[in-house]
Design a protein around this ligand. Structure first.
Ligand SMILES: Cc1ncc(COP(=O)(O)O)c(C=O)c1O
Length: 315
């Protein structure tokens, strides 16, 4: 497999001019991982890269993974596996669904992903070792990628974002779901960079979840705790919880696009970007260089635009 199946050089570092920040000496950059690919965008290629290499190097017959009906991860996996020529099975939450239920599932199916629809109860077992072992014996020699690409190799891929950034960043802001991207960024950052994380989920304990993942890498509680000292979690920008958004958030997306040609999605990146701008009001950020990592997710916007009868990205 070509290690560079998707071209990450498309992910430019875009500097944004926000006069109220520039006045305070704040420089703001966006790492445009959303530009890597329309379907395998943002953190998706970062998370899948080493998993797909593992399928090839381990001589696996294919891979299986999990996702909800509108899952960015499911679509990205279908698209990347298609390009890599890897057979792929997607287990989908909701036995009432089928491959024509929405555009995401249809596209996954068109890309060759075999979709298997599970009851919510069975889907709830997606992280149980025994359940996964059963699937592995049913689908012989298939490699397992957890929901959201949230495994060790996913973190290794996300760590690589730093290789493409040659400026010192005082602070980095990123949206959080499974914590894979934020843990990767944390493992790769320099000691004097602070990582700011904005969970898309309500009531999510980001520190506890990151601690669990970091231990896969570091094995020791003390090392994981020490690393987490470089993290600030801002939990109050979930806009009602996962998958929820408000008119205010949609208006914010429109405004940011109009002023900076930066598309944001209402599920993850707009919440994180909004939260970042609020946090940057604090004088402690004066004269700092800030990085926002754009983790993609833009493809959901079409459906959200239709549902709300609006256009998010117009000049
Ligand atoms: C667009 C987007 N941004 C951010 C995230 C959160 O990343 P992570 O699950 O690695 O914390 C996700 C979920 O994977 C996502 O789809």
């Amino acid at each position: 497999m070509n290690e560079q199946l998707f071209d990450t050089t498309r992910s430019i570092l875009q500097q944004l001019e926000l006069p109220h920040l520039t006045e305070r000496g704040i420089k703001l950059f966006v790492k445009r991982d959303d530009l890597i690919h329309t379907e395998v965008s943002g953190n998706k290629w970062r998370k899948l890269k080493y998993n797909l290499l593992q399928v090839e190097q381990g001589n696996y017959a294919g891979l299986f993974t999990f996702g909800g009906a509108y899952s960015n991860h499911l679509l990205a996996t279908a698209s990347a596996a298609n390009k890599a020529g890897v057979p792929v099975i997607g287990f989908v939450r909701g036995e009432e669904l089928n491959e024509n239920s929405n555009a995401t599932l249809k596209r996954c199916s068109d890309l060759g992903m075999k979709l298997i629809f599970l009851s919510r109860e069975e889907y709830g077992m997606r992280n149980d070792k025994q359940y996964i072992d059963e699937l592995k014996s049913e689908y012989t020699n298939y490699y397992f990628v957890p929901e959201g690409g949230g495994n060790y190799l996913g973190m290794v891929g996300c760590q690589e974002i730093w290789k493409e950034i040659d400026l010192h960043m005082d602070d980095v802001f990123v949206a959080q779901g499974t914590t894979t991207t934020s843990c990767g960024l944390l493992l790769g950052k320099s000691k004097n960079t602070t990582l700011h994380v904005i969970p898309a989920l309500k009531g999510f304990d980001g520190y506890a979840e990151m601690f669990i993942k970091l231990k896969w890498f570091l094995f020791q509680d003390e090392l994981a705790s020490e690393l987490l000292e470089g993290v600030r979690i801002h939990s109050e920008y979930h806009f009602g919880g996962y998958g929820k958004y408000t008119d205010e958030l949609l208006a914010f997306i429109q405004e940011i696009y109009k002023e900076h040609q930066l598309p944001l999605d209402p599920i993850y990146t707009a919440k994180a970007f909004y939260g970042m701008l609020q946090e940057l009001e604090d004088v402690s950020f004066d004269n700092n260089t800030i990085l926002f990592v754009h983790t993609g997710g833009i493809q959901v916007c079409e459906e959200i635009e239709k549902k709300n009868n609006i256009k998010l990205f117009t000049n």
